[in-house]
Ligand binder design. Structure first.
Ligand code: SF4
Length: 399
């Protein structure tokens, strides 16, 4: 099939195969990929609405035993730079999030052997007691697997316990590229194989949770492997229908063991457009302005994205790897409107909540992103010390 036939097929609403997707990526000019992705986006979202959510990306700990070689965020067990946030610190972050119209926490962290499942359950329950309507979009699949291994109970049981404690949805982090050859090279095969990552999502979907899916590209994968990743997500979406959205970003190399160069903006736009074409059963694609910057983020709206992701009051992981873009609600709305779209606030299920909050009431401007701790200090919060530690360093620190 020649390129024009594939473009006509995808434009007509028909599914493309892996080979066809590869041919498009290799041979179609960037503007043609963009036009096709935009056509598909406008069919799914005909009213030119672009959504975003106000939430806060809280990383409860940076201590991690996984040691992925693309990660600049983690610290070893026993490191003087390791931290675990306390419940009062997390409550303060929720208060600040609500003040600017936020509706949820995106809660993710390292695989800390000294935080047992009960710590997460207590945290979720405490959050729901204090803020019954506030949502917890928490713990990516590798974190769920880590808790399953740490507690020696099955993944479905961990998910059930987290749901009982207040888990509302599962973020799609830790997917990187869902191909085990790549995962081995990135030292993330141990934290979750491709099948294990997909199985956590399958179990979450079976229990009625909606989740997102992500892809971090630009490390050691081939283009065929990027497409294999998309097809594996598409297959699971056919099976469960549980994914709300797909988010892709490029590897941020600074301060990582893997190192290297960052993928270009054109590669990002082509990959995003290809995702819109391949993932015909995903409604929503986010623009990753946090890694690509506001201008490429805005351009993403012409390459298949229909959502600006999160206003993101706080960010620690991408910043550790050298990217620190910040846009508050006013800036996101300015970019969306300037691109000819209508900005709307949404919740985690992509239901529209309303117009920009700053047009309804005065909210403080956020011209820089918050960090895990305002003063950058390390250490475990005092309330963590009542939980049993697993590591030798953790046991000694909690004596
Ligand atoms: S990416 Fe996540 S799991 Fe991997 S080392 Fe960093 S914090 Fe740990």
């Amino acid at each position: 099939m020649n390129i024009q036939d594939i473009i006509t097929k995808a434009g007509g609403g028909h599914r493309v195969s892996a080979d066809e997707a590869l041919a498009l990526y290799v041979h179609a000019p960037t503007h043609v990929l963009g036009r096709l992705a935009d056509e598909i986006r406008s069919r799914k979202h005909p009213h030119r609405i672009v959504t975003y959510i106000i939430d806060r990306n809280v990383n409860y700990t940076n201590v991690c035993v996984a040691k992925c070689n693309f990660c600049a965020f983690y610290r070893d067990v026993g490191s003087s730079e390791g931290y675990v946030l306390g419940f009062p610190e997390i409550f303060r972050k929720i208060d600040e999030t609500i003040e600017v119209g936020g509706v949820q926490l995106l809660l993710q962290g390292g695989h800390n052997p000294d935080l047992p499942l009960t710590w997460y359950e207590d945290l979720f329950r405490a959050v729901k007691d204090r803020y019954p309507d506030f949502k917890l979009h928490a713990l990516s699949p590798p974190e769920v697997i880590h808790l399953s291994r740490l507690s020696q109970i099955s993944v479905p049981e961990v998910i059930d316990r987290l749901i009982s404690a207040g888990l509302d949805s599962v973020p799609g982090g830790g997917a990187e590229i869902l191909v085990d050859r790549v995962r081995r090279l990135l030292h993330c095969y141990g934290k979750a194989t491709a099948d294990e990552w997909l199985d956590v999502m399958r179990e979450a979907h079976r229990r009625g949770l909606r989740t997102t899916a992500t892809m971090m590209y630009g490390t050691v994968e081939t283009m065929e492997e990027r497409i294999e990743h998309m097809i594996r997500l598409r297959d699971l979406q056919d099976e469960t229908g549980g994914f709300t959205a797909f988010i892709t970003w490029s590897f941020q190399p600074d301060h990582t063991e893997l190192g290297g160069a960052e993928a270009t903006g054109v590669d990002y736009l082509r990959t995003l457009a290809l995702a819109r074409i391949v993932l015909d059963n995903f409604d929503n694609l986010q623009a990753s302005w946090v890694t690509q910057g506001g201008k490429v983020g805005q351009l993403s709206l012409a390459y298949g994205a229909n959502d600006m992701g999160s206003v993101m009051i706080e960010e620690n992981v991408v910043r550790a790897a050298g990217a620190a873009y910040c846009m508050d609600e006013i800036e996101i709305v300015r970019n969306v409107e300037d691109a000819g779209f209508v900005p709307k606030r949404r919740n985690m299920h992509y239901d529209v909540l309303g117009d920009p909050i700053f047009r309804e009431r005065a909210v403080p401007r956020m011209l820089s992103l918050a960090t895990a701790r305002p003063d950058g200090s390390a250490g475990e919060a005092p309330d963590v010390k009542s939980y049993p530690a697993r590591s030798r360093a953790g046991k000694e620190a909690r004596r």
